[in-house]
Design a protein around this ligand. Structure first.
Ligand code: RB5
Length: 145
């Protein structure tokens, strides 16, 4: 699966770690930046990744900032993006099973690398359950303006 990853400075180290680990696992990973650790603005990188999903360059995305909160707020402004901030493995399971989330947002200042990797892999590998959840996700899609 081709996935995207992006971060600001606060998420940079975790982004680099996740990128390497996921590549080792066979994922094709597109890096939307930031490419260096100097202070930047997280909305710029969420926008780049969201547009990558909209134009079908990638199927799913990972966004890392200090808390994962800013990235989730901005990513969810883009049509077709369902971003979920995940702090636990159970968050990741339910974000996929129930919400068909296509972007995971993570807090680089909150999560250790190994837990973040576990949460991310769970997110990428858990299928959407459809059924009653599809009706609800369709309502989300129909609400987008
Ligand atoms: C940057 O200092 C920080 O505000 C940002 O990474 C993020 O946590 C915002 O939600």
């Amino acid at each position: 699966m081709k996935i995207g990853i992006g971060s600001d400075h606060a998420g940079f180290e975790l982004k680099e770690f996740l990128k390497g680990a996921l590549k080792d696992d066979g994922y094709e990973v597109v890096d939307y930046g930031t490419k260096v650790k100097k202070s930047v603005d997280y909305p710029d990188f969420a926008e780049k990744l969201a547009k990558g999903i909209q134009n079908k360059e990638i199927k799913m995305g990972i966004l890392v900032c200090g808390t994962g909160i800013g990235m989730s707020i901005i990513a969810n402004k883009f049509k077709g993006i369902r971003a979920a901030r995940c702090c636990t493995i159970y968050d990741a399971i339910l974000a996929r099973q129930h919400n068909d989330a296509n972007v995971i947002t993570l807090g680089g200042r909150l999560l250790g690398q190994e837990l973040a990797l576990e949460i991310t892999k769970t997110f990428l590998e858990t299928p959407f359950l459809k059924g009653r959840h599809l009706r609800r996700v369709n309502k989300i899609k129909n609400t987008e303006i």
